[in-house]
Design a protein around this ligand. Structure first.
Ligand SMILES: C[S@@+](CC[C@H](N)C(=O)[O-])C[C@H]1O[C@@H](n2cnc3c(N)ncnc32)[C@H](O)[C@@H]1O
Length: 395
């Protein structure tokens, strides 16, 4: 389908949804009972998201928030509550019928929140050409929209343009575990269902890094649909537009603490656990961001760690037979590559088949925030236990 045709079909689809309230796409993870206390039913009825990007702690008092593909306004209104009356929220959508409903309810929501005037405005526009000034946004949110845009990389570049230095995004969207084939890409109905337009997790993350965002990491993950063996799942991701002013000049070395035995950061620098790696100020800035900071000791002089150090972290698989149940793990940041203590190498977005022992390692608090785990097996897994020792190395 040509780009204009995709955009028109998607817009027609959501205009129809705005008038009928039909169910499309995936359930969100909002607490609807809570939202009902200040958001009108007509808005909640046409909520078509796949996460809760405004319901997360990333939106703070007084901030300026941009919601890409705001629909009936659910995420804008939740952001409005979180930023408070001193904050500002801008919703962008291309579909008039959605904008009409969202604008109609902005005043009601402000009154319900006890604000003197609404701090939310809705603008008509496309995600890949947003009517927003350069470097004016603290937080970009979006809920199940970018998969609908024909040129996602252009959307990511637009996001980077409008974000303030030091700004960030928290976005929920549908991605896939493998490239969506052409026969699905050209299925307009499935595109509108937030399926056919999905990028692989690898391409999605690479597009964001190419646009300039860094420290991109997983906040939430939820399986959605399987079509012809392709797994579609929802991810909520956060990433940063780093501000150079934050660079700490005293940091010259980074030592990886674990739980990974080695990692590669988004600038391509490799780190081995316990061994100090010389770094420049830009990498120092990257490693001091919230999702990366807990994994490193940053220092002025080289600092070695060993197993006896309380900062050293390692999680070893249990010594027991393993079972293959069809699980695959996809690394979702904030590193490009990581290795565990059982010789598995994970590259961001690329599915790696894992046995029950590795499944348990990845379920630990130290590993779990970094991985989406899917089950690709049908109903016929025999589940026989096999020996899985380092010498016989079955996994
Ligand atoms: C799946 S709905 C999600 C709406 C809202 N975020 C929510 O969670 O309810 C997608 C919305 O994005 C809008 N949209 C889709 N593609 C767009 C694009 N390229 N530019 C601007 N808006 C777009 C549609 O009009 C629709 O309102």
């Amino acid at each position: 389908m040509p780009i204009d045709e995709i955009t028109k079909k998607v817009s027609d689809r959501y205009a129809r949804a705005a008038s009928t309230g039909e169910q499309i796409c995936c359930p969100t993870s909002y607490d609807v009972a809570d939202l009902k206390t200040f958001i009108p039913e007509e808005v909640l009825k046409i909520s078509y998201g796949c996460g809760a990007p405004a319901g997360l702690k990333t939106v703070r008092t007084g901030e300026t928030v941009l919601d890409i593909g705001s629909g009936g306004g659910i995420d804008c209104f939740e952001a409005s509550r979180r930023v408070g009356p001193s904050g500002h929220v801008i919703g962008i959508d291309m579909t008039d019928a959605m904008l009409t409903i969202a604008r109609k309810h902005a005043v009601v929501v402000a009154a319900n929140l006890g604000y003197p005037t609404s701090n939310v405005e809705f603008r008509k526009g496309l995600a890949d050409a947003m009517p927003v000034e350069d470097q004016t946004i603290d937080v970009i949110i979006s809920n199940c929209v970018i998969n609908l845009a024909p040129d996602k990389r252009k959307v990511f570049r637009e996001m980077f343009r409008v974000a303030k230095p030091g700004g960030r995004f928290t976005i929920s969207d549908i991605v896939s575990d493998q490239t969506v084939p052409q026969y699905l890409v050209h299925d307009a109905e499935k595109w509108g269902d937030c399926l056919s337009g999905a990028l692989t997790l690898t391409d999605y993350l690479a597009g964001m890094v190419d646009a300039g965002f860094l420290a991109i990491h997983l906040i939430a993950f939820s399986p959605w649909r399987i079509i012809d063996g392709i797994h579609f799942f929802s991810v909520t991701l956060t990433g940063y537009k780093l501000a150079e002013t934050d660079v700490a000049p005293t940091v010259r070395y980074a030592t990886l603490c674990g739980p990974f035995s080695c990692v590669v950061d988004e600038r391509g620098t490799s780190y081995q656990r316990g061994i100090p790696q010389p770094i420049g100020p830009e990498t120092g800035l990257l490693l001091s961001q919230p999702p990366l900071a807990p994994y490193f000791v940053l220092s002025h002089e080289p600092l070695w760690l060993d197993r006896a150090d309380s900062r050293w972290t390692a999680i070893l698989p249990a010594e027991e037979p393993c079972v293959w149940r069809g699980h695959y793990a996809l690394l979702a940041g904030p590193f490009l590559e990581v290795a565990d203590d059982d010789h598995h190498l994970y590259r961001r977005g690329e599915p790696v088949e894992i046995c029950s022992k590795t499944f348990n390692v990845l379920a630990t608090d130290a590993y779990a925030p970094h991985f989406a785990v899917l089950n690709r097996a049908g109903s016929t897994v025999s589940g026989e236990a096999v020996t899985c020792s380092p010498n016989e190395s079955c996994c």
